[in-house]
Design a protein around this ligand. Structure first.
Ligand SMILES: [Zn+2]
Length: 134
């Protein structure tokens, strides 16, 4: 991934747990991602499939929810939006760019965690309840 314009595809299966977030992920999550080196930043275009045990918003039964999400994230060696010293400002959420560490490793797990959380339905419904809703 050294050259600008270079892309690479990642296909991963990863068993993850996010106990701090109260997410009970029952099977390894599946990640399909494309990485594009666009010079300053590395663009991650990911699709994630996860099975998460949730409580139904209607009958309160636990059920396994299949979450399918897609997201884009940007990674950079330098967080140029927040120059040190003069003119420094707080990063807003929109500005947020993940940092690439010294070993050129990107923290895919954190991006996946955040997107799984933010894209969860507010009121998940189990299969039975969602059928009644139709
Ligand atoms: Zn239900």
């Amino acid at each position: 991934m050294q050259e600008v314009g270079q892309t690479s595809h990642l296909s991963l299966q990863e068993r993850v747990t996010y106990p701090d977030d109260g997410l009970d992920i029952v099977e390894p999550i599946i990640i399909e991602a494309d990485l594009l080196n666009s010079g300053e930043i590395l663009v991650l275009d990911a699709k994630v499939s996860a099975k998460i045990k949730l409580e139904c918003g209607r009958c309160l039964e636990k059920f396994v929810f299949q979450e399918e999400i897609g997201f884009l994230e940007e990674y950079s060696h330098e967080i140029s939006l927040s120059p040190k010293g003069k003119g420094e400002r707080e990063l807003t959420k929109e500005d947020f760019i993940f940092k690439i560490d010294k070993e050129n490793m990107i923290d895919l797990g954190e991006a996946v965690r955040q997107n799984l959380l933010t894209q969860l339905p507010i009121k998940p419904l189990c299969k039975e309840c969602s059928e009644k809703e139709d």
